[in-house]
Design a protein around this ligand. Structure first.
Ligand code: FAD
Ligand code: MLT
Ligand code: ZN
Length: 541
């Protein structure tokens, strides 16, 4: 009886806690999803042009491990090339304007910078094919670029590669309401697809902070993970088909819309996550789940990482079918967001906590889902896993809670230089690396941890006023060795790009890398597609 009374007291206090409106909740800044990521930050130039030695060009980005030599077999663009492109693409899709080129030569982090003299904007698969056929015959190197939100230096040129962006190919080709299968061109912006589907009563199985700029072609090419992977799985499962143009201009039509097709090797998977190194993706077919009516989001505080981990285990067990996201950030990440992002407020302002966890549920029965989530939160509070928490009361609060988690990369950029690592690790070990790095770096830099808790994906970020070799030496190769020792992956979702091409052996065996290189040679014998990326430079032609 005593116990029951105690429980119902707790239930009452939990209810008032969960239902308490955030102080002046309506003042919460509306998350502006139509943000542009490419113009708002102070540039941090950290690349060094090592220059030319005996007419061989070298370039070094942020560490000697990314010292790159220009492939001498690549040609240099000339006026005949430009005239050729203008003839079939039209003047306005052949861009040589210096300001435009400055933007597309520079990555989102302002860390990698190429010196391309040309941006091409094809409007059809045929035009992509014609561009690549020509570039291949002239041995002109090409970088496919989409929203340019990639975080590993994969989307910008290293030297003078021609940039090809299929952003003008942004039509929805078909949507089947019965199967939920969407077929669209690769240049569609993710957020536009999300809105299109929302109107049809469906959702994209992919959502990420860069949705306002990134394109579905870029998402597929990086095999982007994002915030809902825990619920919907990876793009290897959701992409049913695609069309891609190979380096020689051949069009591979693999744009199937079937859930099941076991007719031999499923080659589309080669292009999912190949970061533009095997072909340019021009169309995508994707399976989308129906939109469910009830979405709840809890913003919770935990006293230590072990509690976050236990909370994850419990959430999977007790929320099971309605769990749609479980994300975390540490206090350092929270401090950065609160300090650097306009209008963001702490939903749990009474004190700072060591960890924050966002748990989102998506289901079809409002009262059942809410009750289930509240019961889960109550038992987690009783069990001491949660120290404080609040449930979003409306769509504005929901957006403002997500803004905190999604805003961490932006806040880090505003804080100065950032060394970014995206690791897959066993969840129980994941945060030990953050602690270890704090010990290693001492006062040299701030160590920030956040990420996709449900996927065992840690975003380890080291933030400092500026880039500094002493800091980098403390981080690399230590982070990669640590990850490899724990049988993790040095890239959970961002890819290898230029940043980690030479580090691939920390996560893949030499035999596997050799087969990857053979596939690259088969599909792109001249190595014109996104050179210096993905594969180690020793194997890059
Ligand atoms: P780009 O950056 O332009 O290109 C990425 C790579 O794909 C490059 O190697 C490029 O050559 C290649 N590529 C682009 N288009 C094509 C094409 N049509 N055909 C062939 N190759 C192509 N990533 C995650 O996985 N999860 C996250 O939660 C996440 N959150 C992010 C939040 C922020 C604020 C930012 C800035 C980035 C985030 N990212 C995340 C990283 C990035 O947004 C994703 O990797 C995204 O999928 C890249 O898409 P994009 O259109 O910007 O591609
Ligand atoms: C995220 O989850 O916020 C993104 O992957 C970006 C990042 O790692 O900074
Ligand atoms: Zn992420």
């Amino acid at each position: 009886m005593e116990k029951l009374r105690a429980t119902s007291n707790l239930r009452r206090s939990l209810k008032s806690l969960l239902n308490r409106r955030l102080s002046s909740g309506s003042d919460f800044t509306h998350f502006n999803q139509k943000r542009s990521f490419q113009t708002s930050f102070n540039p941090i130039r950290d690349y060094k042009s090592v220059g030319e030695v005996n007419a061989v060009q070298y370039r070094c980005f942020s560490s000697v491990s990314t010292l790159v030599q220009r492939n001498p077999s690549f040609s240099t663009l000339n006026s005949d090339d430009i005239s050729y492109f203008k003839r079939f693409l039209g003047e306005k899709n052949v861009i040589q304007d210096e300001d435009r080129l400055e933007t597309v030569n520079t990555d989102w982090m302002h860390k990698y910078k190429g010196s391309s003299k040309l941006l091409l904007q094809p409007r059809s698969t045929e035009e992509v094919s014609q561009i690549l056929r020509y570039c291949n015959s002239r041995c002109l190197a090409v970088v496919p670029q989409a929203g340019n939100t990639g975080l590993v230096g994969g989307s910008v040129p290293v030297f003078d590669e021609v940039i090809v962006n299929v952003g003008s190919m942004n039509n929805i080709i078909s949507f089947d309401k019965v199967s939920g299968i969407l077929v669209c061109e690769a240049g569609c912006i993710l957020e536009n697809l999300i809105s299109f589907l929302d109107n049809k009563g469906f959702v994209m199985p992919l959502d990420l902070g860069a949705k306002g700029s990134c394109q579905i072609g870029g998402n597929v090419s990086t095999n982007a993970g994002g915030l809902r992977l825990v619920r919907y799985g990876s793009l290897h499962g959701n992409v049913l088909g695609l069309e891609a143009v190979l380096a020689n201009g051949d069009v591979l039509d693999m744009l199937g819309t079937l859930r099941k097709d076991n007719t031999g090797y499923d080659l589309k998977h080669l292009f999912i996550g190949s970061e533009g190194s095997l072909g340019i993706v021009t169309k995508v077919s994707i399976l989308t789940p129906p939109k469910l009516s009830s979405v709840n989001l809890a913003f919770l505080a935990c006293k230590d990482y072990s509690s976050c981990q236990k909370l994850l285990v419990e959430a999977k067990r007790k929320l099971g079918e309605i769990l749609s996201a479980i994300e975390f950030l540490d206090d350092q990440a929270m401090v950065l967001v609160l300090h650097h992002l306009d209008g963001v407020r702490n939903p749990l302002p009474t004190s700072m906590h060591n960890f924050y966890v966002l748990i989102e549920t998506t289901g079809s029965d409002e009262s059942f889902d809410r009750e289930k989530l509240e019961a889960f939160l109550l038992s987690s509070m009783e069990g001491g896993l949660i120290s404080d928490g609040v449930l979003a009361q409306d769509i504005n609060q929901l957006s403002s809670f997500w803004r905190i988690r999604e805003g961490v990369p932006e806040a880090l950029m505003k804080a100065g230089a950032v060394y970014k690592y995206d690791l897959s690790l066993p969840v129980e070990k994941m945060y030990n690396l953050v602690d270890d790095m704090r010990v290693r770096l001492g006062n040299l830099a701030k160590v920030v941890g956040y990420g996709h808790l449900g996927d065992g994906n840690l975003h380890l970020n080291i933030s400092a006023p500026q880039y500094n070799d002493a800091i980098l030496q403390q981080i690399e190769p230590y982070v990669y060795e640590w990850t490899s020792k724990h049988r993790g992956s040095i890239s959970a979702e961002h890819g290898l790009g230029l940043m980690k091409a030479n580090q691939i052996y920390y996560s893949k065996t030499p035999e596997t890398v050799q087969i990857m290189a053979s596939i690259k040679t088969l599909l792109d014998p001249n190595g014109i597609l996104n050179p210096y990326k993905v594969l180690p430079h020793s194997l890059n032609r």
